[in-house]
Design a protein around this ligand. Structure first.
Ligand SMILES: Nc1nc2c(ncn2[C@@H]2O[C@H](COP(=O)(O)OP(=O)(O)O)[C@@H](O)[C@H]2O)c(=O)[nH]1
Ligand SMILES: [Mg+2]
Length: 194
């Protein structure tokens, strides 16, 4: 059985725990605790260690979904989880521009530690105050001249939308794997016969 580890990260309230619950075909494990400081403006609970879910995609492909905490004080968990990721998805709530900077710092933390493929998942696009995806992507530090990672709009509350996001991650990972195998073969070249 092949296992693909998908790490879901992003600021508090972006939708990570809900995403994992929606994607998982077992009951997801969470480590939510009551919020004791002012971080969870609209939440009474927040993730302190990780979320875990599992999804069987085909007879030989299992997806392990790990959700990171959102708060920087649990940064040690970001570090542990990101190092194991095959793919990671940064969720950013489009209606909370005040969180974009934190999302950008999380992204840079992850990029420094992991060469894994990144997907940007923009949540809360259904909210009237949602910012345009281009604005979110720019706030994350990408500019026009750069090649952008895959960017998707996802509603963590909607299992169909979450399913599309999971499939997109699997496909992007498959393409990346193929490309890196092809480039490896090219570099090693065909053995020359003397
Ligand atoms: N309207 C809307 N609500 C969402 C969306 N994604 C997640 N939520 C809700 O946002 C809240 C925070 O989600 P949660 O999974 O706890 O965020 P986490 O802190 O990143 O784990 C929950 O009430 C979710 O149901 C979305 O795309 N649209
Ligand atoms: Mg959570």
């Amino acid at each position: 059985m092949n296992i693909l580890r998908l790490v879901v990260t992003g600021p508090v309230g972006a939708g990570k725990s809900t995403f994992i619950r929606s994607a998982s075909d077992i009951e997801a494990v969470d480590t939510d605790c009551r919020v004791t400081n002012g971080t969870g403006r609209t939440k009474r609970k927040t993730t302190t260690a990780l979320d875990f879910g599992r999804r069987k995609l085909t007879h030989n492909l299992l997806i392990h979904l790990y959700g990171t905490p959102g708060q920087a004080r649990f940064e040690f968990m970001w570090d542990i989880l990101i190092r194991k990721a095959h793919v990671y998805m940064l969720l950013v709530a489009a209606h909370r521009p005040e969180d974009f900077d934190h999302a950008r710092r999380m992204l840079s933390f992850m990029q420094r530690r992991s060469p894994a493929l990144i997907i940007i998942g923009i949540t809360h696009m259904d909210k009237p105050e949602a910012q345009k995806p281009e604005r979110v992507v720019r706030a994350l530090g990408y500019n026009h001249n750069q090649s952008l990672p895959p960017i998707i709009s996802v509603n963590a509350d909607d299992p169909k939308s979450v399913n599309r996001a999971v499939m997109r991650s699997v496909k992007s990972y498959g393409r990346q794997l193929k490309a890196s195998k092809a480039s490896h073969l090219k570099q090693s070249g065909t053995p020359k016969v003397a």
